[in-house]
Design a protein around this ligand. Structure first.
Ligand code: 9MR
Length: 351
């Protein structure tokens, strides 16, 4: 997507660093005494409530770390486990930034969603420009997956094994994997991930199919085929980047979740955000809250949906405002860590 130019070689978005010192108001670091946290409400409802997480924000912003550790039960490294960061050179693995997040999660008894092993973006140039032949690429992919999943064996409860393999028309994207290996790269990736950590739940993750259509049908056929071949896939992740609030349709989302569940696969909401236009205030915040509530209610009603992750939790650090201004205000807490109406809506959906 559009964020690539904002990322340094270390995979750290530079746009957000400048705002770290803004804001002096004390945040609501946890729920008021006597009130349950989002995480506790989620536990009661059987749903892990999670957020995408940035290592530099945990390290540099104590308000960020405090709210995250108090309110959330699951963490997805936003960029730190992607190839460009974790495997920057052919024989070099750079686990430091992702290890920081996993350590934070372990210390706060949070689960970790690993993101992601195979994608068409955020790949190092040694890989994309390497002119490798098919057997070389298969060996490279296998060794990457065994190495990364093995490194986090027992610590990552769910992996996004393959991310965004389809375009908006439901065709497999031409990238280093499809062009170099062929469509079998998907089954291979799931098998190696399972080999490296048989206890982790393995997901296919994508955006823009929550309302059905050609892309949803293509994903459905693909995962049904994987199941039929005995490939170890456990679930399908609905990213849920809602770039236009008018587009959200709860009934259609419920229908899509149900048909994937009928295949025997779990579903999860993995990257939700709801984009607002300026001024991002007033009734717009209530509409946003209603969309978070609707999606979470659909997850709760589904036969097998136990994971609900937003793509960040504070508007202070969000790819939406960084890469698609003037859109923004996409997350449950505002840029000063005060809860927006979305927080109450998430609580209501979990009660
Ligand atoms: O939020 C991520 C942003 O910081 C990166 O610059 C961007 C690189 O393309 O990736 C963003 O996360 C994406 C995720 O990994 C996959 N689904 C879409 C997310 C938003 O682009």
């Amino acid at each position: 997507m559009r964020g690539k130019r904002f990322v340094t070689r270390a995979g750290r978005p530079v746009a957000a660093v400048a705002v770290l010192t803004i804001g002096l108001v004390s945040p609501a670091l946890a729920a008021p005494v006597g009130q349950p946290t989002l995480r506790q409400l989620g536990d009661g409802a059987g749903i892990s409530i999670g957020s995408a997480v940035r290592d530099y924000a945990i390290q540099q912003d104590s308000r960020y770390a405090g709210l995250l550790g108090a309110q959330y039960g699951m963490a997805t490294p936003e960029n730190e486990m992607k190839w460009a960061t974790v495997h920057p050179w052919p024989y070099v693995y750079n686990y430091g930034p992702a290890d920081d997040i996993v350590s934070f999660a372990v210390a706060h008894h949070m689960q970790v969603r690993g993101h992601t092993l195979v994608w068409y973006q955020q790949n190092p140039t040694w890989l994309t420009n390497g002119a490798f032949n098919r057997s070389q690429l298969i060996a490279i992919l296998k060794s990457h997956i065994l190495n990364v999943v093995g490194h986090y064996r027992g610590k990552v409860s769910q992996w996004d094994v393959v991310n965004e393999a389809f375009d908006d028309h439901g065709h497999l994207r031409h990238d280093v994997w499809l062009d170099g290996i062929g469509p079998d790269y998907i089954a291979m990736a799931f098998r190696w991930a399972h080999q490296a950590d048989p206890g982790a739940k393995l997901y296919y993750n994508d955006f823009g199919f929550e309302e059905g259509g050609a892309k949803a049908d293509a994903i459905y056929s693909m995962v049904a085929g994987l199941r039929a071949q005995g490939v170890p896939i456990d679930g399908v992740g609905f990213q849920m980047h809602i770039s236009d609030p008018d587009d959200f349709n709860s009934a259609r989302l419920a229908g899509e979740m149900a048909r994937f569940n009928r295949l025997g696969l779990a579903v999860a909401v993995t990257e939700m955000d709801v984009w607002l236009r300026p001024p991002g205030a007033g009734p717009m915040l209530d509409e946003e809250a209603g969309i978070f509530r609707g999606a979470l209610a659909d997850c709760r009603s589904a036969a097998d949906c136990h994971t609900f992750v937003t793509w960040g939790f504070t508007d202070r650090y969000s790819w939406v405002s960084e890469t698609s201004p003037p859109d923004g205000w996409a997350l449950p807490f505002d840029s000063n860590y005060a809860p927006k109406p979305a927080v109450g809506a998430i609580e209501a959906a979990l009660r």
